[in-house]
Design a protein around this ligand. Structure first.
Ligand code: HEM
Length: 148
């Protein structure tokens, strides 16, 4: 198994980066949709239904599978011999960033349902939360590239 992981390393890493790009695209875009959705809802404009469909498709068809593949390929990289040195700081800061990113994904899923039920937050709150994935991305990418 470890032999297979070692020989497949560049392919698994390529899959990981592709999945992460798709996941991040959704993590950046879905809260923007929530901002516009929440602001339209307050003025009672009609096109809210299109937001509902876009939000559901983005979460179910892109973000959920992309998160699953990011995790599966990421864990395969963790198990690859010689890749992660747990005595260093970077694997821990990366893990913290990734757990934060996964929490944010779950929070977005809960907010999608809240908006659907008319219990969503204000556009301003969604705008503020939109900064979180940017900060987490900074921590994750610096961890995995600089490897402090
Ligand atoms: C979902 C859970 C995740 C796990 C378990 C995980 C784990 C890993 C591991 C072990 C590596 C290999 C490091 C190496 O080859 O030296 C890696 C590479 C990488 N990860 Fe993740 N990762 C996860 C999520 C993410 C996320 C969310 C991002 C981006 C925001 C990300 C960005 C990257 C990048 C850019 C690389 C390639 C770095 C290089 O060139 O070596 N990962 N990941």
């Amino acid at each position: 198994m470890t032999d297979f992981l070692a020989s497949a390393y560049p392919w698994i890493k390529a899959l990981h980066v592709m999945a992460v790009i798709s996941w991040m695209a959704g993590l950046f875009y879905l809260p923007r949709l929530f901002v516009y959705h929440a602001e339209r809802e307050h003025i009672g404009q009609e096109p809210v239904q299109s937001f509902v469909i876009m939000e559901e498709k983005l979460l179910r068809m892109i973000m959920n599978p992309a998160m699953a593949v990011s995790w599966a390929a990421g864990l395969a990289l963790v198990l690859t011999p010689g890749i992660v040195d747990w005595t260093m700081v970077w694997p821990w800061s990366k893990a913290a960033g990734v757990l934060g990113m996964s929490w944010f994904h779950m929070w977005l899923a809960v907010q999608r349902k809240a908006l659907l039920a008319g219990r969503g937050l204000s556009g301003r709150r969604y705008r503020m939360m939109n900064e979180l994935p940017t900060l987490l991305m900074l921590v994750i990418v610096l961890s995995v590239i600089v490897k402090f």
